[in-house]
Ligand binder design. Structure first.
Ligand code: ADP
Ligand code: ADP
Length: 232
């Protein structure tokens, strides 16, 4: 589903140049929950942001569902990005918009009719357990509820892939578990491929099928979670 080939990212130029990823290769199967773990500065955030080209790689290829993204023009890229939802550590919701309108936002952007927006948003509110909260503003919600809005918004365009950028790092342990359970449900229900980055082993162990350990911009180990973390 996702293939990263020889992925290299260098920020800045000359003396200021910082290599965040160097020649990284990674292959993620359709329907799996794949975790990337590593210390701060290892390159996790750069890696996940390269999968939807929020960050443009300096070298290498990004394949998602059989399409190589770095060679696309802006219009083609926008089309492909609908297949890739993303959730964030700090939720990135529009504070001046209601829960309903936050979720409707990506649908309205692509010109979805009001009636279809309404059906879809109501479905998504139910899916994430917020059917009573559509008219609230983000500031009126708990952290876990905000992330549920983030999940609903990310799923609005029926993506095949969900990218999770430290999506539970701002949440307490109990709320983290409830969001992880939601992600697992969604993965099973829609056969959605999920890629998550985290610095927390617990997150990887609770829902990931496979894991890659990233260090210094490269993958130092990868495999089934049980094999990588439960060594004899
Ligand atoms: P992680 O998510 O694992 O903490 P990052 O991908 O954020 O790692 O960062 C990897 C490396 O790239 C770090 O050395 C970081 O300082 C550097 N870096 C990240 N973003 C930028 C940027 N916008 N400009 C310059 N250097 C950056
Ligand atoms: P239209 O899309 O024709 O303007 P809608 O009924 O879809 O009409 O929504 C109008 C506005 O009402 C939305 O932008 C939203 O702010 C609010 N709204 C509609 N349904 C809900 C709901 N279930 N929960 C909260 N707000 C809603």
């Amino acid at each position: 589903m996702i293939e990263l080939k020889n992925l290299t990212k260098v920020y800045g130029k000359g003396n200021q140049a910082a290599t965040a990823l160097s020649g990284l290769n990674l292959s993620i199967e359709r329907g799996e929950i794949f975790g990337v773990i590593g210390h701060s500065g290892a390159g996790k955030s750069t890696l996940i942001r390269c999968i939807n080209l929020l960050e443009r790689p300096s070298e290498g290829e990004v394949w998602v569902d059989g399409v190589e993204l770095t060679g696309l023009n802006q219009k083609q890229l926008q089309e492909q990005r609908r297949k890739i939802g993303m959730i964030f550590q700090h939720f990135n919701l529009l504070s001046s918009a209601t829960v309903y309108d936050n979720i409707a936002f990506p649908l309205r952007l692509i010109g979805t009719s009001a009636a279809d927006v309404d059906l879809k948003v109501k479905d998504l509110l139910t899916l994430v357990g917020l059917e009573q909260h559509g008219s609230k503003y983000p500031a009126q919600l708990s952290g876990g509820q905000k992330q549920r809005v983030g999940v609903a918004r990310a799923l609005a365009s029926d993506p095949d892939v969900l990218l999770c950028d430290e999506a539970t790092s701002a949440l307490d342990p109990q709320t983290t578990d409830s969001i992880l359970r939601l992600l697992l449900d969604i993965n099973k229900q829609f056969r959605l491929t999920i890629v998550l980055i985290t610095h927390e082993m617990h997150v990887i162990q609770s829902i990931c099928d496979r894991v890659a350990v990233i260090h210094g911009g490269g993958i130092v180990e990868q495999g089934d979670v049980a094999k990588v973390f439960l060594k004899p």
